[in-house]
Ligand binder design. Sequence first.
Ligand code: B16
Ligand code: MG
Length: 208
Amino acid sequence: MMKSFIFDLDGVIVHTDHYHYLGWKKLADRLGIYFDERINNKCRGVSRMESLAIVLGKRAVDFTPDELISLAAEKNEYYRSLLQEMSAGDVSDDVLRTLKELKKRGHKLAIGSSSKNAGVILERCRLTDYFDAVADGTHISHSKPDPEVFLKAAGFLGEQPADCIVVEDAVAGIQSGRAAGMYTVAIGDAVKSGIADRNIAKLSDLLL
Ligand code: B16
Ligand code: MG
């Protein structure tokens, strides 16, 4: 049975994780809250509102639910302005070569991302046509580590979970893939979790 690949987006296919960092950092600075790359790492794969709770930490109780929504919108507006600068040049040769070769070998490819901005990122990076399906933050009510987004992606592909391979940079994403009953591959930050079926150093290792 030919396996299908479901890729996380931020941190695996493109490095929007740095733009998330800049967005949250700007908000945190305005509010006088300490924020660094280590805290940003905890936001990997988790939803926008859950990320905001991580960024605000103990200060979260100072804000009403409406204020929390407008703080998340403020970050998202700045983040989206950074995304406007993205182009095909933001996709590494290694990623592009891997996607092309997997397609050539006959694998179906999908995105499984918590982001509500996945569509615009794929368009800006000219990646939309590489994927047979996209499941993202607009399709789900429970974000990673819940399995919903990967089960949605498998459903969109018409594949059984056991026939899907999840590639993730977030520990929450590996947990999500495992909960979905899929084979999991960790790259980047997720490698340290030690709970993935396989660890890789670069995406093209999938071709080996
Ligand atoms: P947005 P992924 C996730 O994308 C990011 O890793 C995470 O940092 C972010 O909070 C989440 O998307 C929501 O993003 O604010 O654009 O809806 O890694 O699951 O592709
Ligand atoms: Mg990610």
